[in-house]
Design a protein around this ligand. Structure first.
Ligand SMILES: *Cc1c(COP(=O)(O)O)cnc(C)c1O
Length: 225
């Protein structure tokens, strides 16, 4: 299948999932996860109407954002970010989904150019509570969010999670619902905490049913990596 057809198919499946969940299509943003794919693939997706792109590796991410032959895309960084790689993301990106520690937030705040809008942050939550997985424990999210509020070049916008692979549907759903409950409890103190970044190629209809506002889809758009 052509990539533009795959993209159209993903958009169609998002529309169906929204209908099923009785949600407006406009309440879910599709992020095209373009990690490891050449810039030409992003250009093809852009020409087919895609505007949000998500990348995982800092150097590759910054290189692509700089080289892209369009300037109205919205760039999301969704991978783990080492402190020594933060500058390019602070300078070039619009969203960071993997916030997990205050030190990194401070660096990004210092490095965010004054002429740009504040960098939008999602705190990554360890929903499986597996110590081997990255992300903040659910009961620590409010602490980090409070610290971030003091940083004027950053905006705390919501939560992100990556579930363990191959969970039974009931477990996956329970974890997504718990994340949604956490977001709803936070929004009382953090009114900008409106976003829920969950859902990948294998599980995005379930994520949309559970309240996803951003789905991160790579394989189903660009093919296997
Ligand atoms: C690679 C990746 C995705 C996309 O996964 P697909 O299964 O290819 O859709 C989404 N989120 C994160 C954090 C990723 O690293």
């Amino acid at each position: 299948m052509l990539m533009s057809s795959r993209l159209a198919d993903v958009n169609h499946r998002i529309e169906l999932a929204c209908e099923q969940a009785q949600r407006a299509r406009s309440s879910v943003t599709l992020l095209a996860v373009s990690k490891t794919k050449p810039l030409a693939d992003l250009v093809t997706a852009y020409q087919a109407g895609q505007r949000h792109f998500a990348e995982n590796y800092a150097q590759e991410a910054v290189d692509k954002a700089e080289a892209a032959p369009f300037d109205d895309a919205i760039w999301h960084f969704i991978g783990p970010l080492q402190s020594n790689k933060s500058r390019g993301i602070a300078e070039q990106f619009d969203w960071l989904h993997s916030m997990d520690r205050f030190k990194l937030a401070q660096r990004l705040n210092d490095q965010r150019p004054a002429e740009k809008a504040p960098l939008n942050l999602l705190i990554q939550v360890n929903i499986s509570q597996d110590p081997a997985k990255s992300g903040v424990k659910p009961d620590q999210v409010a602490v980090l969010a409070t610290q971030i509020l003091a940083l004027p070049r950053l905006r705390f916008r919501g939560l992100m999670a990556i579930p363990a692979a191959d969970l039974p549907l009931a477990t996956l759903t329970a974890q997504f619902q718990e994340l949604k409950r956490l977001q709803q409890s936070l929004i009382r103190d953090f009114p900008e905490c409106t976003e829920l970044s969950i859902g990948m190629s294998g599980d995005f209809p379930t994520a949309i049913d559970c309240g996803a506002t951003m789905v991160r889809i790579g394989t189903d758009i660009f093919g296997a990596r």
